[in-house]
Write a protein that binds this ligand. Structure first.
Ligand SMILES: Cc1ncc(COP(=O)(O)O)c(C=O)c1O
Length: 425
């Protein structure tokens, strides 16, 4: 069980209030989560004590380089990568995906195929679509609009020896569906030698990631979605990273990860990411005992991170049940995605809904005026919103839960939506 008041004390933003002293309720996590004070301190310290470029023979540069390598190992532990050198830092997930897709395409031939899905954020679609100009053929996999699950039969039918890459999301940032990545990898391996590129941006704050158990080839995430600063992180199998000819300046490192880290990195962001991982590991040590330690996890921090994310998942599932049950009692509300509690292992606590009388913009603005922060629109998941038939009506309202949210905040949100609905009718 998480001690929510102790957890929340660590997040300065959660103490912010409106002019009447009412605290804000942050349900905007899928667009970016709040950060604990340890992250803010680490970034501050970096800029005070280690603010230098890489590779110098003086103390601030040496501290900088040490911190980058420490954070690489921290991210390797977070993702259960086999080596720190498989971790590449970048501006954000979108830029890393454009960077790597373009570099990979130097190995592809016209007529080669890439599979993308309608359930993905556009950052895992457009970088692959851009390769059409080089003669690459894009194939689409759809999802079932009634429950928002991917069509794995269509995926299987789309695979062939021509498939070079399958780009798939770990979880949908619009409707919350968690895709069965290990199973998808198995299907891909049965019919092709394609690489599997996983967008874990939405999933990362909600559950443990183990790239070795998933069996995928690349996985990307963004620290700002899991309580860290604005940087992107890529994990790739080292032999594949070695093979891919990077677009780089001549003096830069010829080997991964350096060859993909174009230009000077966001060093203070990297320092903050190290502190984010330390925050999560501490959460695992403090609250994770109800989940058995995994004896295969080495170093110990990997086990702590796994326990942290299992604890977060458990806590969020309870919160999500409260949210779903409450919204379902409001007339004329439609909820998208999986709503059967027996299937909650297949979804993140991210809920998209619409109301028959109010547009998503009106609802988000009404809530925003009351200090309740939610997103509305398509959140760049344009194919999801199109397929759900919501593109013309302004998309949906998205309520994203994070582990720092409380049942009281959820009650506040439900009351406000109910109040709006009753006023309107
Ligand atoms: C599922 C998903 N993928 C990719 C992205 C893009 O991430 P970034 O902002 O790091 O480029 C987002 C951002 O909202 C997302 O939710």
């Amino acid at each position: 069980m998480l001690n929510l008041s102790k957890i929340r004390q660590q997040f300065p933003a959660l103490k912010e209030t409106d002019a009447q002293g009412q605290p804000y309720a942050f349900f905007d996590g899928p667009g970016g989560t709040q950060v604990p004070h340890q992250v803010i301190t680490a970034m501050n310290r970096y800029l005070t004590e280690a603010n230098a470029n890489h590779g110098g023979h003086f103390i601030t540069s040496q501290r900088n380089d040490q911190l980058i390598e420490t954070t690489r190992q921290a991210m390797a532990d977070f993702l259960n990568a086999s080596a720190a050198k498989e971790i590449v830092f970048g501006q954000n997930m979108t830029s890393l995906t454009f960077n790597l897709s373009r570099a990979m395409s130097r190995l592809f031939q016209p007529g080669d195929e890439i599979i993308v899905t309608n359930l993905d954020h556009d950052a895992n679609i457009s970088p692959w679509l851009a390769l059409e100009e080089q003669g690459i053929i894009i194939k689409w996999v759809d999802f079932d609009v009634t429950d928002c699950r991917l069509d794995l039969t269509q995926l299987t039918d789309s695979l062939s020896e021509k498939t070079k890459l399958v780009a798939v999301g770990y979880a949908s940032n619009a409707v919350g569906t968690i895709n069965p990545i290990a199973k998808i990898v198995e299907l891909v391996r049965q019919k092709s030698s394609a690489w599997v590129w996983v967008d874990a941006v939405h999933y990362a704050p909600h559950g443990p990631i183990d790239v070795q158990a998933l069996g995928c080839d690349f996985l990307v995430c963004s620290a700002y979605k899991f309580f860290g600063p604005h940087i992107g992180v890529l994990w790739g199998r080292y032999d594949l990273l070695e093979q891919i000819p990077a677009y780089k300046v001549r003096p830069a490192d010829d080997n991964p990860p350096g060859k993909f880290e174009t230009g000077t990195q966001n060093h203070e962001g990297i320092a903050g990411t190290n502190a984010t991982i330390a925050y999560l590991a501490e959460l695992g040590r403090t609250y994770g005992q109800s989940f058995a330690p995994d004896p295969t996890c080495y170093p110990a921090r990997r086990g702590e991170l796994k326990q942290a994310m299992q604890t977060i998942m458990h806590h969020e599932r309870e919160l999500f049940t409260t949210l779903l049950n409450g919204l379902q009692t409001i007339p004329e509300v439609t909820i998208y995605g999986l709503t059967n509690s027996a299937e909650f292992a297949e979804r993140c606590p991210t809920l998209a809904f619409t109301h028959a009388k109010f547009s998503p913009t009106e609802i988000a603005a009404y809530l925003g005026e009351r200090g309740i922060f939610v997103w509305n629109g398509h959140y760049y998941a344009i194919t999801v919103i199109n397929r759900l038939g919501l593109a013309e009506s302004g998309g949906a309202v998205r309520v994203g839960l994070a582990h720092y949210n409380t049942p009281d905040e959820i009650e506040r949100l439900i009351l406000a939506v109910r109040e709006m609905a009753e006023r309107g009718s």
